[in-house]
Design a protein around this ligand. Sequence first.
Ligand SMILES: *[C@@H]1O[C@H](CO)[C@@H](O)[C@H](O)[C@H]1NC(C)=O
Ligand SMILES: *[C@@H]1O[C@H](CO)[C@@H](O)[C@H](O)[C@H]1NC(C)=O
Ligand SMILES: *[C@@H]1O[C@H](CO)[C@@H](O)[C@H](O)[C@H]1NC(C)=O
Length: 595
Amino acid sequence: MKFVVIVALCCGFLWTLSNGFVVIKHLSKYEYETLGSNDAVAAADVTAILNQLAAADTNGAQSGDIVLDYQNQASHHEFSHDNAPNPLFKSVSSSLIGKPTYSALTSLLSQYTTPDSGADETLTNSKQTAVSAFLSSIASTSAYQTASTFLTSNNLVSGDLTTALTNLWFQPFARSGSVKGSSGFKSIFAGETSSGNVVGFNNWVQFYTLEKSSAVNYHGWFDRQKDVQISLQFAWGTNQAMLRNFLIGTSPEFEFLAYTICGLAGTPSGTSKTCAFTYQGYDITLTVNTITVNGSTFISTGTPSIGGGSSPVTSAPGGKTTTKKHGGSTDPALQTLVDKMWSIDADKAQPGDIVLDWGNKVSGSSDASPNPLFKSVNENLFNRPLYKELIAIYNDSLFVPQVCTAEAAMAGLRKAQLDNYLQLLSNTSVFQEAYKYLQTAGHGGANFADFYKNTLFPLWFGTYSRCKGALGSSGWEHVYSGEWKGEEVDGQHNWVRYYLLEKAGKINYHGYFSHENDLIGTFQYSWNSYLKKEGGFFISTSPAFDLAVLTTCVLAHSGGNACKFNVNGNYIVVTSYHQSCGAGTCLSTAYPSDH
Ligand SMILES: *[C@@H]1O[C@H](CO)[C@@H](O)[C@H](O)[C@H]1NC(C)=O
Ligand SMILES: *[C@@H]1O[C@H](CO)[C@@H](O)[C@H](O)[C@H]1NC(C)=O
Ligand SMILES: *[C@@H]1O[C@H](CO)[C@@H](O)[C@H](O)[C@H]1NC(C)=O
């Protein structure tokens, strides 16, 4: 009996890796695959079992077990640029790495000492012993029971499972020539090289182990799903890993079983099988290649990639890379929107317009950085209407920073000036893109005029109290101006505001906690005598871009860290909240962060 499975593919690209070479193929929205009933498992069933294993991965890292130091992004062009002076792994808890399946994996990895594909990988006695110990440690986990039931009930393996897994993963085969120098385990877990390139290497435990002994040198990241998946660049001895992906914090049994299930039951795509699942809220795709030699099937290569099958990160040997940056986005449409807004924002600062001096890392509340954060800004930018009118609002002191002092009434000239500026911002092509997204998401009102009047204006300029009834606050004041409350700065999430205050000698920069290139950071400063313990904002973005992003987040994805996307390759998460107020719904806060 034959039947047809329709595979829905969201965004058009799928990739396959065969013998280390990458093929990117464009697929129509629906691809039809005809599969035999015996060897086909519905994609939804594969996703369900992988999600079940992911949710039950209690041997995976828990919060605090792994501390990473991402540092800067790597260079797609120049392998010689090491953009990360420190290791990726700052620490891994001994209670995690000491768990039985981790110990068994580490012992087995130590058997693989010759990464070159041309080095013989015959299963020697000592290797076979380590393989057996690894498989038996995995076999005692509940994940194994779950996976084993799935594999046998779907007729994906026959006979003894341990034997089947040994053949699938550890029996060496020759990718080319006659030396059997490759295996699925070598490629995915231990790492494999060919002609100076790393052609297989997808396991974090191995990376951590090699990094600890300085055998690999981390060059920076390209994309990531924070603490769960990274695509990165590193050197392994003299071998170049221009761009590789691995999961982080996943247990050995989870990875081993997930690749096994995917290799046997994933959705066929060219020479690969792909599978989608979710790990700790992130959409992940696995791609696994198997090869059949003389009737025996072996796992050949495999890799995770970011996104639900629609946004792979791929690399080809020789350094040509294709990255689609959809890492960890709340939804693909949001990422598409942000990418579009970034690319059409003619009012953002251009490279070189802003020079920053991040100074030193800060801890406690004392000044660790003698210099200002902004070394220089090309102020020609401020002749553009979007900046000129913003600065006029600052110059005219339309907002009083003291939260306990009531603001002047939203009326007359004050209201007209703010209303004009909000019209200017919301009439930009950047904001209009956000409006289209909000319409689709059901937040667009009857039309734009209705949206502006009943949603956008009240959201940003509706007043409310943060201090015993005094109507001293609004979303706009909190985000674009900043407030003083007690002894601290509340809000203040605009780079122009910060720069002007710093230049005027009113802000003293203390140092940073973290930053993503020069786009965003988390840092500390004092403004007059008020301390901003930990704050941040987008740097170089236009006021319209900020308005569009923050409005989109608060209306469609409000909550703590609830709005996630990448901006120009930088990981961003926006926290935003709204509250009811006299005007309807007011923005309480909205700010981006790099973590
Ligand atoms: C396949 O089997 C034939 C016959 O046993 C043998 O000559 C050949 O080397 C095998 N091929 C591989 C790639 O192992
Ligand atoms: C704002 O004030 C500064 C300092 O007084 C002045 O140089 C600048 O021209 C003013 N800009 C606007 C738009 O009012
Ligand atoms: C909005 O922009 C359009 C064209 O870009 C322009 O014709 C219109 O006058 C603008 N409206 C406002 C209120 O600025």
